[in-house]
Structure formats: C-alpha cells, structure tokens
Design a protein around this ligand. Sequence first.
Ligand code: ADP
Ligand code: GN1
Ligand code: MG
Length: 373
Amino acid sequence: MEPVTNEQKLEAIGHFPFEGKLMSAEAYGSGHINDTFLLVYQIGVMGQIRVILQRMNKDVFTDPVSLMENITGVTSYLRERIEENGGDPDRETLNVIPAADGKPYYKDSKGDYWRAYKFITDATSYDQVENPEDFYQSAVAFGNFQRLLADYPAGTLHETIKGFHDTRARFEVFKKAVEEDVMGRAASVQKEIQFVLDHKDVADYLCELLEKGEIPLRVTHNDTKLNNIMIDHKTGKGICVIDLDTVMPGLAVHDFGDSIRFGASTAAEDEKDLSKVSCSMELFELYAKGYIEGCGGKLTDKEIELLPMGAKTMTFECGMRFLTDYLQGDTYFKVHREGHNLDRCRTQFKLVEDMEQKWYTMNEIVKKLSSQA
Ligand code: ADP
Ligand code: GN1
Ligand code: MG
C-alpha cells in the first residue's frame, strides 16, 4: 500500500460524523497490516474524546466490504452477549462508528477503505509481556472470546484471507517464492530456506488432522497477538479482544499457538540478538492454564493435547511467512528497517528450535493441566 497522505487522512476524517475540534491525528500502535491513527477531539467544555481511525490494507484484505460485514456481525453479536452478562459493551467489544452515509466504512477518492472505532479507554495493548499476570489474563480473554463465539453462525462469515492458516498451502507459496527469487535474496538465506524445507512435517500435521476430522473447525480469531487485546488498567483483566479482521472458521490450537509464539517469547518479534530469544515455559504454562479456563470446558481432549503443536505450527508458519515476504520484496508486512522481515523470521525459527528442545516439558505441562481441567 502507498503511505497515507495527510490529504487522504483529512478526506477520510471529513466523511465521519465526528464532533468537536480535532486536536491531533497521529499514527498509532504497532500493527503490521493496517494504518491506524488516534484522533483526539475537544468537545467544548466537556473534555477530550479519542477515536481510532484505520485505513484497511486492501492488498491484504481484498474485499473490505465483506470484511466489515464480518466485523459488524461479530461485534453486534458480542454486544448482546456482553449485555446479557451485565458487562459494558462500549469497552468489552469493538464498536464501529459508521461513516456519515451510515456505512461501516468510507471509501476515499483513491479507492482506499477507512473505518472508525470507539476508543477503548483506560486499557493498554502490550507489545511484550511486562507482567506475567497480564499474559494469563489475555489467555482467559482469548479463551472467553472463543467460547462466546461458539454458537456464532459460522456460515455467515466471509473468509477474509483465503487459507489464512493453511500452513501446507503457505509452504507451497514459500517454495514458489524461493524458485522465483525476484529480489535475488535466496542465496543469502540458504540456512533459513533449509530450515523451512526440513520442517515440512510441521506444515502438514494439523492440516491432516483437520481433514481427518480429529479436530473441529471453530469460529476463531486467528491473530491472537498480545497487542490484539486490551488489558484494563483497573482490574488487570483482558477487557477487549481487538483486530477482528481475521475472525473466521479456524482451529483453536492455532489461536493458542499464535499467542505463545508472540507472548511467551523472551524477546521482541524482531530482536536481532538471537541469544535473547527463547520460549518461556513459565509463560507457556500460564497461558495454557488461562486459555483452557477461558474456553470453559469447550476444548476437546485432543485439542488440549495438541496445544504444544499449535504453538510450534504457528511459530513455524509465521517465520515462513516473514521469510516469504523477505524473498518477495517486503510487500505484505510493514517493515521499518532493512532486513526487518529476515530478523523477524530468525526469531521465529529460533523459537521453533527452542520448542523442539523443550518439547517434552511442553507436553508434560499440558498433560498436567488437562488432568486438572
Ligand atoms: P493491525 O491489524 O495493523 O494490527 P489493530 O486493529 O490491531 O491493527 O490496531 C493497531 C493498534 O491500535 C492496536 O494494537 C491497539 O494498540 C490500537 N487499537 C486498535 N483499536 C483500538 C480501540 N478500539 N481502542 C484503543 N486502541 C485500539
Ligand atoms: C500481522 O495485524 P497484526 O500486526 O496484528 C498478521 C498476523 C501475523 C502478525 C505477525 C492479517 O498481525 O497474521 O501473525 O502480523 N496479520 C495478518 O506479527 O496477516
Ligand atoms: Mg493488531
């Protein structure tokens, strides 16, 4: 996507029914896909109101209208469940602010799509675990999210990215990227390429179990990074699951695994010093405990048994996706420095190796939790 121009941003802002005086409209957050802005409005003597404005990435989400249909469907469903439970639907789910014409998005004169959300106040989304309790609470919240959507009519959801966690299909895309080598980078990353090729079994494993019907397709989030959850400042609980672009039928073990690859790592996703990168067994256990509890008995024994595999698969898949993007010229994930996707790929592969070393422990932890569940 071309960078957002100021003019384009102001055009979008002008097409939402925001009130008050616009004080600032700065880039916000650290997502890799959309362009997010925090708008601050001063409303007379009543104080400041914040709003989240996003330009959706239409290279990644090729049908933004269907995507917004998913989001309005899921958020209104969640709103009802939250109200039934006596919660606060303005903070416990995303709330779409419709554009001036009543649509849940605005299409600008360049053909880009924008949306706005009420800002979730008194809460933070973390890029790294600062306090283990936050990680545990994020697990409970992602588990709850899964449980709340258990009866959502899955057939009404559009597949916003085809084969999003079809790791086997992503393996084929990777091989093609190596063959085409459009940037001439393959020669310099032979070690990483070999790592992927040596792990074909990981790419196939869960896909095969799904095909054999050994694990169920559920409505899942599919992008369960720690920074896609808001932690409440007062209660410390995971108050709201955000970034709902990829809510689609998927595997619960993938949701679990994606959280582990990001949150249970002892270093940032793009850490250059690989000696700092490992998978913390303490954080793995905390998250597994919280997720199983949050799912409220809905996970099958097989799913619980496969939680370590979910972690390994998502970490491997994500590393392979970063490497694919590096080979293809960094067109998918936002990069902020040269070799950024390669650095990200290396942390993921380091984590996979570390999980392989700790495989016995990971499985023992899950066995213990399963017997307590
Ligand atoms: P991306 O798909 O690019 O990751 P997100 O939807 O996750 O975009 O938004 C990026 C960041 O913006 C989040 O990590 C979070 O910090 C912040 N954010 C998004 N929506 C809200 C909201 N409704 N209230 C407060 N902060 C939000
Ligand atoms: C992207 O949008 P964001 O930054 O939350 C990506 C995830 C990756 C993640 C890696 C739609 O997530 O699949 O796991 O980056 N989202 C999409 O950090 O591709
Ligand atoms: Mg995000």
